[in-house]
Design a protein around this ligand. Sequence first.
Ligand code: AMP
Length: 282
Amino acid sequence: MTTVVRSITDLRAALSAERRDGRQIGCVPTMGFLHDGHRSLMRLSVAGNDTTVVSVFVNPLQFAPTEDLDRYPRNLERDVEMAYDEGVRYVFAPALEEMYPEPMVTGVHVSGVSEPLEGAARPSHFAGVATVVTKLFAIVGACRAYFGEKDFQQLAVIRRMVFDLSLPIEIVGCPIIREPDGLAMSSRNVNLTPDARRAAPVLLRALHAGRDAIEAGERDAAVVRRKMHDVVDREPLVELDYAEVVDASVFVIPTPLEGSLRLLIAARLPHARLIDNIGVQV
Ligand code: AMP
């Protein structure tokens, strides 16, 4: 059985009862319009915990006024069906007024790891994410929480936030699930025009070109960056925001490139902004 919970009070009561019965809770925070990437997180949570709660909430705090909040796709009925298929016990789908009955004057800001790349391209984004995730953790309480490597920098920001604030949460990072042509699954992919959808796998091809260069011995980040830019430049529909290689834990560019590295890319297409990343070890 999957129960849809709309209120914070009701979710707290339900999860308190679960804990009294000795159950370990798994939590999968999402913005809904669930796909197989979310499904993989739900599956890991259901397998690794006694009770799973999936949250579905499109959080306005993490969208800038110019971004796609109004166009963000939604389908709660289908989300609940997928959650049910995966054995999820609760879908927490609060209304906007339930999460933010008053304008927020309190926020969580993580410096350092949240500043480059996505943080530079979307200056208020990670504070919005950190704030809503902290609020969700305060509602759900001690749990294991599952996040995708699809949003690799977000995962690093949340890990650091949980560490700094001693939150009673164990963060589990989960691998990226892709379409057969390599495009990372994303709720936003439905907003791509047919031409943009065909062009979109160029993101992964660019990441591969960067990784191939490193694996062939390249140790200069500028050269790796150029290789990725060259691949994207051949796709006229795709406008690059950034393509970069950084240290996978601290998000700075090592000179020379060494250790555990992450190549990350973001680009704008008609009509969605997409991100992707892959790892490489030197
Ligand atoms: P979202 O609903 O896009 O905010 O994503 C909710 C969670 O699902 C985040 O932790 C994402 O990183 C994760 N996620 C989204 N897409 C994928 C994917 N293609 N593979 C793995 N995890 C994903």
